[in-house]
Write a protein that binds this ligand. Structure first.
Ligand SMILES: Cc1cc2nc3c(=O)[nH]c(=O)nc-3n(C[C@H](O)[C@H](O)[C@H](O)COP(=O)(O)OP(=O)(O)OC[C@H]3O[C@@H](n4cnc5c(N)ncnc54)[C@H](O)[C@@H]3O)c2cc1C
Length: 467
């Protein structure tokens, strides 16, 4: 066992999970390294605008979450001098004992060694494309929110939000509140789904109340809310090459609405590539409709010395991320002989466990449309990096017999481009499962490959170069 003073724990991600992990390690006398590709700590929900941008109050930026945001930012700022912080730094590769990290502004890359690793990499939007989604003016819901929170600008003047999930109503509310004309919210979930999920969601009454408030506020301010819809296509203007509207199916009727921007998404998917590069074992998690790295109740991955915390190992929300970050750090400490408060560790595990019922409720309230793949037309672009359509994927199944995701990738190039399947992987798996008539878990997942996010090609060492 390494003496605690010789440990060099590295935390990837300075969101709620990473910040609480860092704080816990510091409280026990360690000096962790914290790496985040963002310029300032806070993660997605508590993302901070660039230092130079006109300051907005926490209340304006984070609404009901402003106190939590302030607390998390203060906790991180209070660690200054006691951690090694690498902002603007993308971890693009992970090998045994070291990370390859690129500093964004200078594009300098270097290797950062670690004795232990806390992976707290969060999530991105779950994307199920609709014809026309590659037109300028179409954003993911998360992207639309980042524009507002980070850059202080809106994606358009008259915006439609569509898809499903809690972010749908939250982002619509945030946009409407800033004065943007929100033309409509189109939810693929049915009202009946949300009513059926109410008992489970009432296990977290405060969170439930916020959701009800957003919907009520939108309704009271005249925003059209449609549920149980099926998005059909984004309408575009060839001359200006931009969004001009959206068409959707509402019962038997096809409806259209004019707008100049669209935010869409179907809840979130975990950022799991680092865990994958590290060799962590994955299992299919039905509640998340995804293959996720396996962790024990404390956050230990299957690889010794690797800990997983927050949305990067399963979408559970910001509060859970804070608890999981602290719990994972306690596990790291205990595994290295440092005395920890075991009662606190047990309390954190109980809190995390109690959230599972609520999380199930969310999935019930905002289900991924099960018939999405069946309705995806052949000419729908699924992978925009490599311009691979749904029809090409189906043909690859029919002609080449691809029945597993990595085989599908090798034969069609889906997920082989810049995003490495982070954006298109979910949709490609749905198409593959439908085309081969297999359950989703059977088609597997795209293996992580370095670089996990785009970096200049000159930074990737040539094979056999020894660098
Ligand atoms: C775009 C978006 C907006 C959201 N908005 C809300 C909201 O308004 N309200 C709400 O309740 N929930 C929101 N969520 C969900 C919420 O953000 C999460 O539940 C919560 O932030 C999870 O905390 P975390 O610490 O696990 O991850 P995050 O907060 O996502 O933090 C992960 C951090 O890891 C960093 N990172 C990831 N990969 C790398 C890498 N390879 N190298 C270096 N750094 C890396 C990221 O830059 C990020 O700062 C949002 C999620 C997303 C994706």
């Amino acid at each position: 066992m390494t003496a605690a003073s010789e440990l060099r724990p590295v935390i990837v991600g300075a969101g709620p999970a990473g910040v609480r992990a860092a704080q816990t390690l510091v409280a026990h006398g360690l000096r962790p390294v914290v790496i985040d590709e963002a310029p300032r700590a806070g993660g997605q929900i508590y993302r901070r605008p660039p230092a130079g941008l006109a300051q907005r109050t926490a209340k304006t930026l984070y609404g009901f979450e402003s106190k939590r945001a302030d607390a998390l930012h203060a906790a991180f700022d209070g660690l200054r001098g006691r951690i090694e912080h690498h902002p603007d730094s993308l971890v693009w590769n992970a090998q045994d004992g070291q990370l390859d990290v690129m500093h964004g502004p200078t594009q300098a890359t270097r290797q950062v060694p670690y004795s232990h690793l806390v992976v707290a990499t969060g999530a991105t939007d779950r994307v199920l494309p609709v014809p026309g989604w590659t037109l300028p003016g179409v954003y993911t819901l998360g992207g639309a929110q980042v524009a507002l929170k980070f850059q202080g600008c809106a994606i358009g003047r008259r915006v439609v939000f569509m898809g499903t999930g809690p972010l749908l109503y939250l982002v619509a509310y945030q946009y409407a509140k800033t004065g943007v004309d929100v033309a409509a919210v189109l939810d693929t979930a049915r009202l009946a789904d949300q009513i059926a999920a109410t008992p489970a969601m009432l296990t977290q009454p405060a969170v439930f109340a916020k959701g009800v408030y957003y919907v009520g506020w939108l309704r009271a301010h005249g925003v059209a809310l449609h549920s149980g819809v099926r998005p059909l296509r984004v309408l575009g203007d060839d001359a200006q090459s931009r969004v001009t509207g959206v068409a959707w199916q509402d019962g038997n009727a096809e409806r259209t609405l004019a707008c100049d921007a669209i935010g869409f998404g179907y809840a979130l998917r975990s950022e799991t590539q680092l865990a994958d590069l590290l060799g962590c074992r994955f299992d299919y998690a039905p509640m998340h409709r995804a293959h996720l790295p396996v962790r024990d109740a404390a956050g230990r991955a299957s690889v010794p010395g690797v800990y997983l915390a927050g949305d990067g190992a399963g979408i559970m929300g910001a509060d859970a991320a804070e608890w999981a970050g602290e719990r994972a750090a306690l596990a790291l400490l205990a595994d290295n002989g440092v005395a920890i408060d075991t009662a606190r560790a047990a309390q954190l595990e109980r809190r995390l466990d109690r959230l599972t019922g609520f999380r199930r409720g969310l999935e019930r309230a905002f289900p991924v449309p099960q018939d999405w793949a069946a309705h995806a037309p052949d000419d729908l672009v699924v992978c925009r990096c490599e311009n691979v359509t749904a029809g090409t994927l189906r043909q690859t199944v029919a002609v080449n017999g691809a029945n597993e995701m990595n085989r599908l990738k090798a034969l069609s190039r889906v997920g082989m481009g810049r995003c490495q399947g982070r954006m298109c992987g979910v949709a490609a798996a749905e198409i593959l499962a439908h085309a081969t008539q297999q359950p989703l878990q059977q088609v597997g997942r795209l293996r992580g490959q370095a670089p996990i996010k785009p970096i200049p090609i000159r930074l990737v060492p040539a094979e056999g170069s020894g660098t």
